[in-house]
Design a protein around this ligand. Sequence first.
Ligand code: CP
Ligand code: NVA
Length: 303
Amino acid sequence: MKHLLKMLDLNKQEIISLLNLADQLKYEQKHGIKHHRLAGKTLGMIFQKSSTRTRVSFEVGMYQLGGTALFLSSKDLQIGRGEPVQDTARVLSRFLDGIMIRTFEQQEVEDLAKYGSIPIINGLTDFCHPCQILADLMTIREFKGSFEGLKMCYLGDGNNMANSLIVGGLKVGMNVSIACPKEYQPDKEVLTFAADFKDKFQMTENSIEAAKDADVVITDVWASMGQEEEKALREKVFAGRYQINDEVMAAAKPDAMVLHCLPAHREEEITEKVFEAHAEEIFEEAENRLHAQKAVLVRVMEK
Ligand code: CP
Ligand code: NVA
């Protein structure tokens, strides 16, 4: 595995192997076992959008692996003033051992990989959020024991989270059920991928229908970063229809778990009550960003 650009690029074996490594690194961290597998290596972290979990998990992760991470805000980099990505990629490849980038266009991430000569990790684009989905899958397996026969339900915006959950969930063998408004469906490329899974994939506009007998119920914000101006319009479409609440949880299995990548907007996509009732799973998911990100770093940067 040279880069982590999107879940579509990984096969089932690569995903499971990353999750196994993440579990191992979590165990080593919890038991004080040194794992300086990236000693002397430097990761550059380019951010064109805000972040709490992604920034901190990658920075702390590099430190725990014996390496260093540089926070590179696009406001300060010349890329923010128009220096082409082709040149940035070739320059940074001479200083760094890897780049994690959070940006808008998926193409920018693909271009960094194309023009640079070091591993590139996608820390979120408008299209996908593969690092988050690895942490989500890790958490599901931790709580449920395996993926076999499980049903994942995602309700809300057909955004970067939806795109990556559909691909990741189907690839590891789960049934995936999506509820989203027809105006805000997942990406076409993802729906084409999902179409091959026939009865393992369902899409509806009805949240209760999607949540029926689900083992895992997931949602995300109605308006993502970069869509702030659409917030009021989106609220009109999503409010009252795409929220994890008692009614949705009553349709899911009695022992269903709830995940949210965070940040969460209480009483919008999830009620305070359901959020707090499932806080243990949601914050384990947040912690697992650290372990999952370390697995990705080791896989692409350890030589
Ligand atoms: N879930 C997630 O990616 O969080 P941040 O935006 O805080 O990095
Ligand atoms: N869909 C959200 C995810 C944040 C982690 C966004 O892109 O803002």
